[in-house]
Design a protein around this ligand. Structure first.
Ligand code: SF4
Ligand code: SF4
Length: 224
């Protein structure tokens, strides 16, 4: 009996969904609009002279937690465009299949040479097809939509981040206030004037006793 009712319930769910519009699309023929900050792959940017902006400083290679970047730096040489000496990267390889998309490589690049792009790479059957070489990365920089984040911009954002002040801890005010307001001490202070009253009475008695002595002395002096 239980199997029969379960089957009927499953059939009811199936029939209900048959007439609903599909919630999937035929990717890659149809691409859904992506979020503004969607990032999927990488690119190397050319500078204003048409050369790769990468100077082979290896910073991105060193910070990559997945160790999927390999840069072959070259000694400084004259630029064929400007004639000035500058550093180059002779080779640049990024293994996208093991990348965790942390974007640290983009954040540390002081030349804004490596960036992320919004279009993903074509799905592949082999891992080797997701290893991006220098030519592929430079082609991405020319043909794909570059994401908003650049190394220098991201660094400035972190430096100008306002410090969040922690709210002050509430003081145990009621306990201290109760101690201050204890009426015991003022009561002692008010009782103090009682003693000066005794002191004032003492000098009054002293002249009374001294008076006869004075009279004696004066009598003794007067006697001879
Ligand atoms: S991409 Fe940037 S951080 Fe990486 S080697 Fe080139 S210049 Fe250095
Ligand atoms: S985004 Fe990918 S390549 Fe860049 S540092 Fe992170 S893991 Fe490495």
């Amino acid at each position: 009996m239980g199997y029969f009712t379960d089957t009927l319930r499953a059939m009811r769910t199936t029939l209900r969904n048959v007439f609903r519009p599909p919630t999937t699309v035929e990717f890659p023929d149809v691409v859904r609009p992506r979020a503004e900050r969607f990032r999927a792959s990488f690119a190397l940017i050319d500078d204003e002279n048409g050369e790769s902006a990468c100077v082979g400083c290896l910073t991105c290679e060193k910070i990559c937690p997945s160790q999927v970047i390999k840069v072959k730096a070259s000694p400084k040489r004259e630029s064929p465009v400007t004639g000035k000496k500058r550093a180059y990267a002779d080779d640049f390889v990024l293994d996208l299949s093991a990348c965790i998309q942390c974007e640290l490589c983009v954040q540390v690049c002081n030349n804004d040479a490596i960036v992320m792009v919004r279009e993903p790479e074509q799905p592949a059957f082999n891992r080797e097809d997701l290893v991006l070489g220098m030519e592929k990365l430079r082609a991405n920089g020319r043909g794909k939509t570059v994401a908003w984040g650049r190394g220098t911009g991201l660094q400035e954002m972190q430096e100008s981040k306002p410090k969040v002040e922690k709210p002050a801890k509430p003081k145990p005010a009621p306990v201290e206030a109760a101690k201050v307001e204890t009426p015991a001490e003022p009561a002692k202070v008010e009782a103090a004037p009682a003693e000066p009253a005794k002191v004032e009475s003492a000098p009054a008695a002293a002249p009374a006793e001294a008076a006869p002595e004075k009279s004696d002395c004066s009598a003794a002096e007067e006697a001879p």
